[in-house]
Design a protein around this ligand. Structure first.
Ligand SMILES: [Fe+2]
Length: 165
């Protein structure tokens, strides 16, 4: 099982997935989606943006959106929506909450990733050991984050691999 591509793998591009109905363009630029008193388990998602040749992709636009702790999307504002740019080493870090569940889907985070002057990759990230993964028709194991649980914190890691084309 190797859900997270590493440089020693065959560097398959990250799978594209449906955007779904709840994307809102022009999210704010921020690395934390947390707000005071926001319910939900804190989650830190980190990783890198790489090319299929395993080179870091700097200044990639990474736009995250997700539902809240009870499975609701904010479709009028930008709660739990935000974009950032990858660092020179391709790295990114997002502070957020573990998304809730809503009917018909397993737990997931939506994301768009775009290297400068390249096409947009739209996909979704999933969580291991979720009961609904098996019944969600969009779910793909290649898009599982790696959980990095430590004392008092929940961490997750996912590296995006963009096709150089
Ligand atoms: Fe969704």
């Amino acid at each position: 099982m190797a859900p997270t591509p590493q440089c020693t793998d065959d560097d398959e591009p990250t799978l594209a997935q449906t955007e779904g109905p709840y994307y809102t363009p022009d999210s704010p630029e921020r690395t934390s989606l947390l707000e005071p008193a926001m319910p939900g388990a804190r989650l830190t998602l980190t990783g890198r943006v790489l090319s299929t040749g395993c080179e870091p992709v700097a200044r990639a636009l990474i736009d995250f959106w997700q539902c809240d702790d009870v499975g609701a999307y904010d479709n009028t504002g930008f709660r739990l929506r935000g974009h950032q740019y990858s660092a020179p080493d391709g790295g990114y870090s997002l502070e957020t909450i573990v998304p809730g569940l809503y009917p018909g889907r397993t737990r997931h985070i939506h994301v768009k990733v775009q290297a400068p002057n390249r096409p947009v990759l739209t996909t979704q990230l999933y969580f291991p050991d979720e009961p609904r993964n098996a019944s969600d028709r969009i779910y793909r194991p290649e898009l599982l984050v790696e959980l990095l649980d430590g004392p008092g914190s929940k961490g997750a890691r996912f590296d995006f691999v963009l096709d150089r084309g």
